[in-house]
Ligand binder design. Sequence first.
Ligand SMILES: Nc1ncnc2c1ncn2[C@@H]1O[C@H](COP(=O)(O)OP(=O)(O)OP(=O)(O)O)[C@@H](O)[C@H]1O
Length: 640
Amino acid sequence: MTPPTPEVDHSKEESFDTMASPDLEMNGTQTGYLANDFVKSFGWKDLQVKVKDRKTKAPLSILSEAAGIVEAGEMLAIMGPSGSGKTTLLNALAHRVAAAGATTTGNILANGQKLSLQLVRDLSSYVEQEDALIGSLTVRETMVFAARLALPSTVTKKEAFQRVDDLIKSFGLQSQSDTIVGTPIKKGLSGGQKKRLGVASRLVTNPKILFLDEPTSGLDSALSLEVCSYIKGIGRRNNLVIVASIHQPSSSTFQQFDKLCLLSQGKTCYFGPVADATAYFGRIGYAIPPETNSAEFFLDLINTDLDKTGEIVRRTEHICEAWTNSPEHTQLEETIQKSVQEPDNDLAHYKSVKPSVWMPPAVLLRRSFIKSYRDIMAYGIRIAMYFGLAILMGTVFLRFSTDQKYIQPFINAIFFSSAFMSFMAVAYVPAFLEDLNTFRQERANGLVGPLSFMVSNFIIGLPFLFAITVLFSVIEYFMSNFRPSGTAFFTWVAWLFLDLVAAESLVVLVSSFFNVFVVALAITAFANGLWMCVDGFLVPMTILNVFWKYVFHYIDYQAYVFQGMMVNEFKYRTYDCAKAGSGYQCNYPSDLNSVGKIRGTDVLSEYSISTGLEGEWFGIMIGIIAGYRILAYIVLVLRK
Ligand SMILES: Nc1ncnc2c1ncn2[C@@H]1O[C@H](COP(=O)(O)OP(=O)(O)OP(=O)(O)O)[C@@H](O)[C@H]1O
């Protein structure tokens, strides 16, 4: 048995100056603070993942009796044909949901001791296949934000910046330090550089164990090799445990790995050193022909998707059985057992220091702010669109007067301003989904919670929505000659601002629920179409079908904006009837008809719009906005 380990406070290890040592250099860069001296081994045994079969609904094992061990400083490749269970195993090891609706059983061990979910989060980082980088941030900003999100306040700003710069250098990104990651409109990093940045940004949190889901996906063989060798270099030098799933690596990429876990249909075909795999397969009757890529050879042996005659299925069964009965398997089990019987550093002694609770919302706010002014997809396109719309409307609804023939066009302009402005909020869907993806991954790594995300998203949107409102109103309001008064103008601005905030909150709610771009877009557009139909303009409230009236009209934010703007325009104004001989021809009945006038309030009566309720409507709008945001928050809380 190893002697009991003295209590280690890892918060103290954070000091860059004390940990840096020349033998931990890479590219002339010191990464000593990354050094892992706590996790000696990471293992698992009897790991099983079961799901309810999609078709038959019967229990189905998609990973069975998996066992393995990776020592500190080693890099493991989980390899297998498509659908063999690589992601399932990786997720199970990282204590994530292994597959939708799956139940995971078995033991996951660090230093021979069972790992809790919290400890896995504290000790590891997970780099997903799809990167969660924010396109409009530079490499350095991405790293700085990752550091600020994760590092405790015991790490000074200077130390955090030092770490960031060292990691940028270690991953060969120093000449791209001020380059943006890249947006659909503006090109930034290459695929390989993005992958390296994704890994570097997860390493800033000092993980002892690093999980990577297909780090080479989408890269050609040269870039795959480059990415893997960077990861391997940093893992070796810092004694990290690295577990990566990998799909069809080239020969040279495959050789970067120390160990191989070969899976087929959720069963283990081999687990052990990459260097021993060729000899092992030769011994069980599958000798590799000379000059063959061994990874490709192993995959072809067990790729049951290619089976036409049943031969590959039989061969795979034989390979799995041979593995279960092999001395290598027995030895693996003994090694795992030994780690359990002779545990290293006691996990109970690991103390992680968290950043303050204010840090995540502050970081998200700052990050979203940069994104919102730099990424034209977020607000730039919408600003341009609303500007164009204001010019369009101002010139179509041009220089109206108080002549009665302009009453209906005034009403149309009010409806169109509120309804169309809300409708165009769908342009926010892609930017929000990008943020949501980043949030999902940061949350899974234990960095950000739904409240921080929701609050920062809400706050950051307000100044931009206000700017859009003012820009639109300054052009449209005065070109169309709405009621000429300062109070009337600012009341109009207030209604339109609330309208845009509500429309954006609807986008946030729908996209949080349906986070697939086309679906979120379609549902938001549908919902806004529905609100448009029942807001009281297309069909006056007196004749609107009771179902639509009582189920939807009263929760329709556009209805309150329409009514508010109508009251703002018509409450204090009178309009002129047309002259007809010696009398007048008036389109709206009013007590002023005899003097050739129409009271604006009589126009409101035609639409069953009351005056004096503006304060109430204002309150309801705030309630609807709060409702959308709270529901979106609940959706995120429930959707772990
Ligand atoms: N509910 C289910 N019913 C039936 N099969 C399921 C269910 N859930 C998952 N599976 C299967 O489990 C297998 C493991 O999936 P996993 O994503 O882990 O494979 P993978 O090796 O990572 O694949 P890829 O390389 O294509 O990403 C797949 O074949 C998948 O179809």
